[in-house]
Design a protein around this ligand. Structure first.
Ligand SMILES: C[S@@+](CC[C@H](N)C(=O)[O-])C[C@H]1O[C@@H](n2cnc3c(N)ncnc32)[C@H](O)[C@@H]1O
Length: 260
């Protein structure tokens, strides 16, 4: 099956406005969590430094406005019956949930707890070690359409038992970081479950905060089309490499379009 993968380098707040109403089947958003400090904390036992990315720093008011704006746009471009998945930690997820709860025709179907068995230790030693992230799965109902859930497939993937909402998935392995560094690259397994749960082959997946391109790479593997928006041009080469691995030349079955 031929699939197309559009990469847009630009600000999601502007680029989303150019996407037609009700044109995508799934939105996966891994937005800035607003958890970075101007200077991240490091510790003597490893090279790990806590987040200090400029794109991840907002005032409280700006952050609320930012989240309200992109969520509204994502819901506009989502088809009725489509799904919106949003990732977060305690820094942002309550605000995201609060925003969604105030929007008509949006139903929160689940919140998924992503448990990271190999999470980084806590550097301050003044609180518990965060070893989870949270994902909200909401759907845009209406026009007689309700959300898609590939129940049987999820059950099969979970050895014949209903899949639960706690997913134990290790941090992104080194083997998936071959195309270059990104500070918050998500594991492919996380995207695989989400895309398989809520879409069919040939559907279109949109990621407004594409980062290193995980969503597009997994969409391609699973025969889905993708549109990804990323503000930082420095990540474009990573995204392109992940969509066009050197060992497998892009054939007639895949088309990659870059709008930079
Ligand atoms: C949390 S990361 C996403 C990581 C991604 N899921 C992956 O697996 O690589 C968020 C990304 O959004 C980008 N970003 C931040 N603000 C943006 C905006 N307004 N428009 C588009 N991209 C933005 C950042 O540069 C960063 O790469």
């Amino acid at each position: 099956m031929k699939t197309t993968h559009k990469i847009i380098i630009g600000n999601a707040l502007e680029e989303l406005q150019k996407i037609p109403d009700e044109s995508v089947d799934l939105v996966f958003a891994d937005p800035p969590y607003n958890m970075s400090k101007k200077r991240g904390l490091g510790w003597k036992y490893s090279k790990h430094i806590t987040m200090q990315e400029e794109w991840d720093i907002f005032s409280k008011d700006d952050y609320l406005q930012f989240n309200q704006t992109w969520i509204k746009e994502c819901l506009r471009v989502l088809k009725h019956g489509g799904s919106l998945w949003i990732c977060g930690s305690f820094h942002n997820i309550y605000q995201v949930g609060f925003i969604l709860q105030h929007i008509e025709d949006v139903k929160i179907n689940n919140s998924i707890v992503w448990f990271k068995p190999n999470a980084q230790p806590n550097i301050t030693c003044r609180m518990f070690t965060e070893s989870t992230e949270h994902l909200i799965w909401a759907s845009k109902n209406g026009n007689g359409k309700k959300w898609k859930f590939n129940y049987g497939l999820m059950k099969k993937m979970n050895e014949g038992k209903q899949m639960r909402n706690v997913w134990a998935i290790p941090l992104t392995p080194k083997s998936e970081k071959w195309a270059g560094p990104h500070p918050t690259q998500k594991p492919m397994e996380l995207l695989r479950r989400i895309i398989l749960a809520c879409t069919d082959e040939g559907d279109t997946v949109l990621d407004p905060f594409l980062g290193s391109g995980t969503t597009s790479a997994v969409a391609k593997m699973l025969n889905r089309n993708s549109i990804g928006i990323e503000k930082e041009k420095k990540y474009l080469s990573i995204i392109k490499k992940r969509l066009e691995p050197p060992q497998r030349k892009i054939g007639e079955d895949v088309e990659v379009e870059v709008l930079a």
